[in-house]
Write a protein that binds this ligand. Structure first.
Ligand SMILES: O=C[C@H](O)[C@H](O)[C@H](O)COP(=O)(O)O
Length: 336
């Protein structure tokens, strides 16, 4: 199942800038302190649409690093759209986050006629991105019965060698999974910080969307499964309390040990949860079983084409993931 990494585009001049790790984490030591401490970490952060024209107050080296990251996302989006945006597209899923902005930018830059194309958002921010680009959104629950999306594009917080993803760092995951699973194929676009061998290598927690009334119960169960200090995500402004998703649910950010890949298990490692060591899909299924969990931010299992062969829809694993690299090139991992 292990994917190959291909470099698709390499520029002649190298930007030679290292990308900063994504969203540094500060995981609280005590579950009792979780609300307060999480509010001070970068975990609690409403998303902003990047606006390269807005002057940055940051030191120059930081702003050039950020610029390099944004350009890496843009480069990956451009190639992903060029390779996967269908001719005469009718239904296109649009994910959430900062990278998806460049996907929409790349779609509009194609210059194709979108009069008959409907774009399915995965939340409030996603809908705003679609509208700002002059495209037409249609809510997921307004799709005609039986509609299959031609393609769904989205970002990710981390992608492993099998193309399993962690998503939800920007507080969207449930609608993203709905949309990905309604599409013929899901295409992931990211920058090199997200490209890892195993999930939970650089990105340290799994976002889980939960019913508010069940949050503490779910938190306890996550600890039993081996999560180290799972924390309810707070708004940046503490006075606003826990962050609410588009469904008015809460998010629990659950750190675990790095997740085993299929190859790890094939090589004899135990991913059944012993000592808190899990294989990706095993953990995802276990978390999904907890009463009170709406959805888990692990996208694993079948791809769209695999689901079609199995007789239906339901692929949540991308068929390809595009990564903008620090040197300006774009690498792609494709599902075998
Ligand atoms: O919750 C947000 C989504 O899952 C995003 O797709 C993910 O967090 C990646 O976001 P970004 O493109 O901003 O890195």
């Amino acid at each position: 199942m292990k994917s190959r990494l291909l470099v698709l585009h390499r520029p002649s001049s190298s930007a030679a800038l290292r990308l900063a790790p994504p969203r540094p984490l500060s995981v609280p030591q005590s579950p009792r302190l979780r609300h307060q401490l999480h509010s001070q970490s970068s975990i609690a952060r409403p998303r902003q649409i990047p606006s390269p024209s807005v002057p940055s107050p940051r030191p120059r080296h930081l702003s050039s690093m950020n610029h390099a990251v944004e350009e890496a996302k843009r480069a990956a989006a451009k190639i992903a759209v060029a390779n996967h945006y269908p001719e005469n597209a009718r239904w296109v899923g649009i994910g959430s986050g900062t990278t998806i902005v460049y996907v929409v930018e790349a779609i509009t830059a194609l210059g194709v006629n979108t009069a008959n194309t409907r774009f399915i958002p995965t939340g409030y921010q996603s809908r705003q991105v679609i509208l700002s680009a002059g495209l037409t959104p249609v809510e997921f629950d307004a799709l005609p019965t039986g509609t299959v999306l031609d393609v769904a594009f989205d970002g990710a917080d981390e992608v492993d060698e099998d193309l399993n993803c962690i998503k939800g760092g920007g507080a969207c995951l449930f609608q993203e999974k709905l949309v990905a699973m309604q599409a013929k194929e899901f295409i992931c676009v990211a920058d090199s910080r997200k490209l890892q061998t195993r999930l939970l290598s650089n990105w340290k927690y799994i976002p889980i969307e939960v019913a508010p009334i069940a949050a503490f119960r779910v938190q306890r169960r996550l600890i039993e499964l081996g999560s180290i200090n799972p924390a309810i995500r707070m708004n940046t402004d503490l006075k606003q309390g826990p962050l609410k998703t588009d469904q008015a649910f809460l998010l629990i950010d659950a750190p675990f040990k790095p997740l085993l890949t299929k190859a790890d298990v094939d090589n004899g490692q135990d991913g059944s949860g012993k000592d808190g060591v899990w294989e990706v899909s095993a953990l995802s299924e276990k978390i999904k079983e907890i009463t009170g969990v709406l959805e888990v931010g692990i996208f694993s299992g079948m791809t769209g084409p695999e689901a079609a062969v199995a007789g239906g829809l339901g692929g949540q694993r991308p068929v390809a993931a595009y990564f903008g690299m620090p040197d300006g090139s774009v690498s792609v991992r494709k599902a075998p």
